[in-house]
Write a protein that binds this ligand. Structure first.
Ligand SMILES: Cc1cc2nc3c(=O)[nH]c(=O)nc-3n(C[C@H](O)[C@H](O)[C@H](O)COP(=O)(O)OP(=O)(O)OC[C@H]3O[C@@H](n4cnc5c(N)ncnc54)[C@H](O)[C@@H]3O)c2cc1C
Length: 310
C-alpha cells in the first residue's frame, strides 16, 4: 500500500529546518548500540528547540510517521528499516548545566557524562547511571536504573513537547514511574529537558563509587560487544539472567546473535547479526524459560521498524 506521504515531503522537511543535519536512507546499523537495522527514510539530528517543534508540526500536518531516537542503546531496529523520519537530539538539546544542587540536562545529553560531571562538582545521586550508555531523554522514558538506583529517584520534573503543543513541564509524579517504565512510553511526547535534584557529596568519594561500579560492569557484562543491554525485564522476584541460564540458554546462538556467555541477560551481536536472528533467539529464550519456570519474560528493549519483506 502506498504511504500518504512521499519522498518529496521528506525533502521539503529537510529544507525547512535551519540547524539540523539530515540524511536520507540512513543505515540504523550506525545509530544503534546493537549495530543492527535497515535504513531510516530520513534521519534528522535537530539541534534547536525551534527546529524540533517545526519538525513535529510538519510531520503531523503531512501525516509523515516519525519517532524519537535517543542514543539508540535500548532498541532493536528491524532489517527493513524505519519508514518516515527518525529524529535525534543534538547541539543545545544535548547540553547540561548546574545551579546549586539542581542539574538541568537537555534530553540529548549522554547520561554517563552528566553523572560524572555531577560527581566532579560534588553532587551525589547519579552515580548509579555512570555506566548506562543512553541519553537523559531515554533515561526518563525508560526510567533507567542500575545498582539500586533509578532515574526516578533524582528527577524532579521534565519538559516535554508534542506536535502543535507548547512545551509543558511535568512533575515527577505525573510521569507514573515504575520499573523501566514511565507514562511517556504510551504517548508521542518528546522529552526536551530534565531537572534532577541532587545532594551535596564529596567528589573524591563519588569518583571512587563510580570507578567501582564501572569495574563491576566491565567484569560482569559484555561491554565490548554490540548489544542493547538487558533484553528482558526482570520478572518480580527473579533475575531474568538467572532464569535464562537455568533454562540452558546461556551461550545459545542464532545466526550472528548470541546469548552472552558472560551475562545471560544480554544478547550480543557477534558480527553479522540481523534483527531476525535476535528476534528468533529472543523467542527461543522465552519458550525455554517458560517451559522450565512458567515465567514469560517480557522484552525491555523497544523493537521498531519493518521486516525486510513488508
Ligand atoms: C551495554 C549496555 C548497558 C546497559 N545498561 C543499562 C542499565 O544498567 N540500566 C538500564 O536501565 N539500561 C541499560 N541499558 C539500556 C539503555 O542504555 C537505557 O534503556 C537507556 O535509558 C536508553 O537511552 P537511549 O537514549 O539510548 O534511548 P533509545 O534506546 O534511543 O530509546 C529508548 C526509548 O526511549 C524513547 N526516547 C529516547 N529519547 C527520548 C526523548 N528525548 N523523548 C521521547 N522519547 C525518547 C525512544 O523513542 C525509545 O522508545 C544498557 C544498554 C547497553 C547497550
Amino acid at each position: 500500500m502506498r504511504e500518504p506521504w512521499s519522498r518529496a515531503s521528506l525533502e521539503r522537511l529537510a529544507t525547512l529546518l535551519e540547524h539540523a543535519e539530515c540524511r536520507f536512507a540512513a543505515p540504523m546499523v550506525a545509530h544503534t548500540s546493537f549495530q543492527i537495522g535497515g535504513p531510516a527514510d530520513l534521519l534528522v539530528c535537530v539541534t534547536t528547540q525551534a527546529d524540533l517543534e517545526r519538525a513535529l508540526d510538519y510531520c503531523a500536518g503531512e501525516r509523515v510517521p516519525w519517532m524519537l531516537l535517543g542514543r539508540g542503546t535500548n532498541v532493536l531496529v528491524r532489517d527493513g528499516g524505519v519508514r518516515g523520519v527518525v529524529l535525534t537530539l543534538g547541539g543545545e538539546l544535548g547540553t547540561y548545566r548546574f545551579d546549586g544542587n539542581t542539574a538541568t540536562a537537555g534530553a540529548g545529553a549522554p547520561l554517563g557524562a552528566l553523572a560524572r560531571a555531577a560527581g566532579n562538582r560534588g553532587l551525589a545521586g547519579l552515580e548509579f547511571a555512570c555506566g548506562i550508555p543512553g541519553s537523559v531523554g531515554g533515561a526518563v522514558v525508560m526510567n533507567a536504573g542500575a545498582y539500586h538506583g533509578q532515574f526516578s529517584d533524582v528527577v524532579a520534573s521534565v519538559t516535554v513537547v508534542g506536535a502543535g503543543q507548547a512545551p509543558c513541564r511535568l512533575d515527577r509524579h505525573e510521569l507514573e514511574f515504575g520499573y523501566r517504565w514511565s507514562s511517556l512510553q504510551q504517548g508521542m511526547a518528546v522529552v526536551l529537558e530534565a531537572k534532577c535534584e541532587l545532594r551535596p557529596g564529596d567528589p573524591v568519594a563519588l569518583g571512587a563509587i563510580m570507578a567501582e561500579l564501572d569495574a563491576k560492569r566491565r567484569a560482569k557484562q559484555p561491554v565490548g560487544l554490540p548489544s542493547a543491554g538487558s533484553v528482558f525485564k526482570r520478572p518480580p522476584g527473579h533475575y531474568a539472567s538467572h532464569l535464562i541460564e537455568a533454562a540452558g540458554c546461556k551461550g545459545r546462538r542464532r545466526g550472528g546473535a548470541q546469548v552472552s556467555p558472560l551475562h545471560a541477560g544480554f544478547i550480543v551481536n557477534t558480527g553479522n547479526a540481523t534483527s531476525q536472528d535476535v528476534l528468533a533467539l529472543m523467542a527461543e529464550v522465552q519458550a525455554a524459560v517458560y517451559a522450565r519456570s512458567g515465567i514469560m519474560l517480557e522484552p525491555e528493549i523497544k523493537i521498531i521498524g519493518e521486516d525486510l519483506d513488508e
